[in-house]
Design a protein around this ligand. Structure first.
Ligand SMILES: *[C@@H]1O[C@H](CO)[C@@H](O)[C@H](O)[C@H]1NC(C)=O
Ligand SMILES: *[C@@H]1O[C@H](CO)[C@@H](O)[C@H](O)[C@H]1NC(C)=O
Ligand SMILES: *[C@@H]1O[C@H](CO)[C@@H](O)[C@H](O)[C@H]1NC(C)=O
Ligand SMILES: *[C@@H]1O[C@H](CO)[C@@H](O)[C@H](O)[C@H]1NC(C)=O
Length: 388
């Protein structure tokens, strides 16, 4: 039983290799032109804007904050401010009416993307202005819109501050969270019921966003991550994190205070990704230097985060990773750290430990497990070894 079935091993390897070309190694054109590949536009080319760039200054001004933030049908993040929209985390804004000509002039109050009730195939973008809501599918206004917000979502007030969709995985039902001042509403899409939430820690959100199963309330350029069921706010690890590229802010800048281009965070920089891991829920991580990317959700765009954003205290280069029964093993040099994936990525007590002590190996360039098999395959140099 210890002999690996060659076919399985080969299959797993093929799976691992297929990921590499799936992750575009494009060229990173400097400058501010709109990104070419639509699904690939939410990259992290932070810092390629200089401090005296008026576009950057306008986007990064703390004054008015964003009116709304949402993902579009292609996984690109939209940032609405005044009568302009930034598509992706860098570059120049466009007039809102160039993309959504039916909207009135002035700001968008709230926005989210969700499956339209009458269609299970298409994602739709909902845009709110004043007392009305506009619904776009494939970039086209759906018939019957704009509609009064109260007709579309019974009981929901006009002149909202923000709104975000919540999925059954996180909210136990499909619904929308609406914010107006310090009032928070939960609208259940399947029952049409509206409930007010008494949340102490979350409110006054100028914009709200669901991104990679996490929920964010923007207050100015800062944001709070919140639990969409309880309204709790987990301890904030990166108070200066930002979703957008501002000199001296967010992304790697939290760690580096360096507003120049940071290649490891640019998924198109062509630098090699050093490790991959996938969990039972189909989440797929890629590691490069001190950062990770979530790759499984093209729909939600791609974005680099410091390792410690998910795995508390983790820093530096990751040589190899694998997930085994809800534990994430992260191999760095001769050490291995183990995190509980089902308990908020908490570090298991007593780790990191020596790799030899834990797994009986000296080092690893790559490691993977195969579904239904108790074997761990470790690749080092040109050899592969199995660990039971
Ligand atoms: C920023 O300032 C530098 C030096 O004054 C100048 O060379 C550069 O063109 C400016 N950049 C922009 C985008 O205005
Ligand atoms: C968009 O709005 C601006 C002013 O807010 C106006 O000058 C322009 O013609 C509008 N463009 C379209 C396509 O409606
Ligand atoms: C929202 O703003 C109001 C008025 O400034 C304040 O009383 C309330 O505590 C704020 N709520 C939150 C959750 O920040
Ligand atoms: C900023 O970071 C880049 C890339 O890490 C580095 O090459 C550069 O020297 C840094 N600049 C400053 C001023 O620290």
């Amino acid at each position: 039983m210890r002999t690996p079935t060659v076919a399985t091993a080969a299959l797993c390897l093929a799976w691992a290799l297929v990921l590499v070309p799936a992750f575009p190694q494009g060229h990173s054109s400097p400058g501010t032109g709109p990104p070419k590949s639509p699904g690939a536009s939410h990259g992290s080319r932070c810092g390629d804007e200089s401090l005296n760039d008026t576009d950057t200054l306008r986007r990064c001004a703390d004054d008015g904050a964003f009116d709304a933030v949402a993902l579009d049908e292609k996984g690109r993040m939209l940032f609405f401010k005044g009568d302009e929209v930034w598509k992706g985390s860098h570059g120049r804004p466009e007039p809102i009416n160039a993309t959504w000509p039916e909207l009135g002039s002035g700001p968008v109050d709230a926005a989210f993307r969700i499956h339209h009730k009458s269609s299970s195939v298409h994602d739709s973008l909902y845009l709110f202005q004043g007392e009305q809501v506009w619904v776009y599918t494939d970039g086209k206004l759906c018939s019957g819109y704009p509609r009064a917000i109260g007709d579309e979502f019974k009981g929901v007030p006009g002149h909202l501050d923000s709104a975000v969709e919540c999925h059954p995985e996180e909210c136990q039902a499909e619904g929308i969270i609406f914010f107006k001042g310090s009032d928070v509403y939960w609208y259940d899409l399947s029952t049409g019921q509206l409930k007010q939430r008494a949340w102490m820690q979350v409110g006054n959100c100028s914009a709200a966003l669901r991104w990679l199963e996490r929920y964010y309330c923007f207050q100015g350029l800062r944001f709070l991550r919140f639990n969409p069921l309880s309204g709790d706010v987990p301890p904030h690890r990166h108070p200066r994190d930002s979703f957008i590229c501002c000199p001296g802010r967010g992304h790697g800048h939290a760690a580096h205070h360096n507003a120049t281009f940071h290649a490891p965070m640019d998924r198109c920089s062509g630098l090699p990704l050093q490790a991959f891991a996938s969990d039972d829920k189909g989440r797929l991580y890629a590691f490069r230097q001190g950062y990770y990317f979530r790759l499984d959700s093209r729909r939600d765009g791609w974005h680099a985060w410091p390792l410690s954003h998910t795995w508390a205290g983790l820093e530096g280069e990751v040589d190899a990773t694998f997930i085994w029964e809800n534990f994430m093993y992260i191999i760095q040099g001769s050490q291995v750290s183990i995190y509980r994936e089902d308990q908020g990525h908490a570090l298991v007590q007593g780790y990191p430990k020596g790799l030899q002590e834990e797994l009986g190996i000296l080092g690893a360039d790559a490691a993977f497990t195969c579904p239904g098999s108790p074997l761990l395959y470790v690749i080092q140099g040109s050899s592969m070894q199995q660990v039971d």
